[in-house]
Design a protein around this ligand. Structure first.
Ligand code: PGA
Length: 251
């Protein structure tokens, strides 16, 4: 049994006052939700603001990125241990926006994933193909490479601290969602890749979230697919009612 995860990626939105408003509205809307792990990922600066608000709730805290060193002369970076210190349980690593705009390579993603797991964080590891790659029939090759390099060197025990987020780049922030069948096809491929790299049990245990224009209107269809175990939600996580409707997709 894989417990579903609905995670909200706030990206570069919400200063502290707005974050307090959003979280205060969200808590009552999801407080009776069972059987779904709920995660929000605000910007770094509001993590300590949000943490006490969700302390007695069923909402967990993630950061959107981290560095691979624990401390040192690395101006501007934030380490996994610092995220733990700020109350995070999770961290998003390898988001396509970081790959696209901030030079994040599979090797850097791999270092970050290892460091985050060593510190005790659970990683939301993002993978996904661009439109060009999909149209060139390269989707599976791209996903295989991102997986193999991203988790290179991880033991099976360490893999238990990894959640995959499959986010086709062409579906992020565009309003274009992958169809249920397209998403399921990719998710089944990803699960198969873990069976090859580890074993059947590891593949059956790993949770694979879908991301890319997930909304209250399309979440049910996606979540009814056998290999889709949750959603990483961007735009629709910025409003309490739409994020809560996604969290409560069963109702
Ligand atoms: P979106 O973003 O839901 O706005 O498409 C998803 C993501 O980038 O994680």
């Amino acid at each position: 049994m894989r417990t579903p995860i609905i995670a909200g990626n706030w990206k570069l939105f919400k200063k502290s006052g707005e974050a307090v408003d959003l979280v205060s509205q969200l808590i009552p809307l999801v407080q009776n939700t069972n059987g779904v792990e709920i995660i929000i990922a605000p910007v770094f600066t509001v993590l300590p603001t949000v943490k006490p608000l969700i302390a007695n709730s069923n909402i967990m805290l993630a950061a959107q990125n981290c560095f691979w060193e624990e401390e040192g002369a690395f101006t501007g970076e934030i380490s996994p241990g610092m995220l733990m210190d700020a109350g995070c349980t999770h961290v998003i690593i390898g988001h396509s926006e970081r790959r696209q705009y901030f030079g994040e390579t599979d090797d850097k993603v791999n270092r970050k994933i290892k460091a985050a797991i060593t510190s005790g964080l659970t990683v939301l590891f993002c993978i996904g193909e661009t439109l060009d790659e999909r149209e060139a029939n390269n989707t599976f090759n791209v996903l295989r490479t991102q997986i193999e390099q991203g988790i290179s060197g991880l033991t099976k025990d360490e893999l238990a601290k990894v959640v995959i987020a499959y986010e086709p780049v062409w579906a992020i922030g565009t309003g274009k969602t992958a169809t249920d069948d397209q998403a399921q096809e990719a998710h089944a491929f990803i699960r198969g890749a873990f069976a090859n790299l580890y074993d059947h049990n590891a593949a059956e245990s790993i949770r694979i979230l879908y991301g890319g224009s997930v909304k209250p209107e399309n979440v049910k269809g996606l979540m009814s697919q056998p290999d889709i175990d949750g959603a990483l939600v961007g735009g629709a996580s910025l409003k309490a009612d739409s994020f809560a409707a996604i969290v409560n997709y069963r109702i």
